[in-house]
Design a protein around this ligand. Structure first.
Ligand SMILES: Cc1ncc(COP(=O)(O)O)c(C=O)c1O
Length: 348
């Protein structure tokens, strides 16, 4: 049963990425995976690409290892370099370009919304932000509230603050995450992430994160102490190797959190928004099992915006007032452009 679910999820995610079931060992998208398709056609040493590279390397921080390819535009599942060479884009912007490149509906929405209102502050009401929140809540099937941010790491930061606010009175502040998890590159994100290589060079870590092996309920139970406020896991570990949680693990976590009065939070930045075939990966994992499973909070980003920066977190209704006016905010979060694009993607 578990193996069947695992297989279904792996094929759904690989299908969406165009891998045709050729699963990669350690990451949904890795540099290695892209290079196998692009290496044969990466010989674009023309003048303008060398100019682009020189300008880039002189001015842009060298925090990424890059391929020797200067991309210019894309169409559907293909991208073209500055010389017009065509590549099959199996990277998808690292789990972002849900509708491929230059999808006509997205282009249309950008045109229409940009000519009306790209951004206004969160001191005002805008239609698309409310509608997008409503749509996400409908997919989740449980009342709650949504906060919009600009990235996955920022959405997770909201979850860390939620956990802190939840535990404030009882002096609980710790969050347990899984080894091999990935939660982003902010200081909070690298402390939450269960991989040493992400933390290297940035010690000391922010206090308050414990790590336990993924899919190990006993380890989780043994690590909870009287300062634990929340558990944060990915329904399917992405950077950690496309590893789905087992149904028993998810149901066990829910029971544990209810018993210990702890928040169960999901990082769905990479595995959410229908990338598993269902809106949320836990909905997919548990679809053959009768249950009423629901986490307390969920972070989202990446394919939610199909390429436009957007992040979000949803909180169950009963916890949604933990973050009240003045406690959290971000300038661009939920702007009309990003929200209308996300709505278009969900429509398509
Ligand atoms: C599960 C998960 N959480 C968080 C992040 C961070 O998202 P972002 O790069 O948008 O900050 C990522 C990025 O790969 C991710 O895979």
């Amino acid at each position: 049963m578990i193996n069947t679910i695992r297989q279904k999820i792996k094929s759904a995610m690989s299908f969406q990425l165009g891998y045709n079931n050729k699963l990669l060992p350690s990451a949904i998208i890795s540099k290695k995976s892209i290079s196998t398709t692009t290496v044969a056609c990466s010989n674009n040493n023309n003048k303008s690409s060398s100019h682009i590279k020189t300008t880039f390397e002189k001015n842009v921080m060298a925090t990424y290892g890059r391929f020797d390819i200067c991309l210019d535009h894309g169409n559907g599942t293909y991208v073209h370099d500055v010389k017009g060479k065509k590549y099959l884009d199996i990277g998808g912007g690292i789990a972002v370009n849900a509708l491929g490149h230059a999808h006509p509906e997205i282009v249309k929405t950008i045109h229409e919304q940009a000519s009306k209102l790209i951004h206004c502050s969160n001191l005002y009401y805008t239609e698309s932000q409310g509608n997008l929140a409503n749509r996400l809540i409908e997919y989740l099937g449980e009342n709650g509230k949504v906060f919009f941010s600009n990235s996955g790491a920022e959405a997770n930061e909201g979850l860390y603050k939620l956990a802190r606010a939840y535990g404030q009175e009882s002096k609980r502040y710790k969050i347990i995450t899984a080894t091999n998890s990935f939660h982003g590159r902010t200081l909070g994100g690298i402390a939450a992430t269960g991989q040493d290589k992400i933390k290297k060079g940035f010690y000391p870590m922010i206090d308050g994160f414990d790590h336990v092996p993924f899919n190990d309920l006993n380890a989780m139970e043994n690590t909870i102490d009287d300062q634990t406020s929340a558990i944060l896991i990915e329904g399917i570990q992405g950077e950690g190797g496309v590893t789905p949680a087992t149904p028993e693990y998810l149901l066990g976590l829910r029971k544990l959190c209810d018993e210990k009065n702890i928040l169960l939070m999901f990082d769905s930045v990479q595995c959410g928004h229908f990338r598993s075939g269902r809106f949320q990966s836990y909905q997919r994992i548990l679809e053959d099992i009768e249950n009423t499973f629901q986490p307390d909070a969920i972070s989202m980003a990446k394919s939610l915006g199909g390429g436009i920066p957007i992040g979000a977190f949803w909180v169950k209704e009963k916890h949604s007032s933990l973050l009240s006016a003045g406690m959290h905010g971000t300038t661009y979060g939920g702007n009309p452009l990003s929200c209308s694009i996300a709505l278009t993607i969900l429509d398509v």
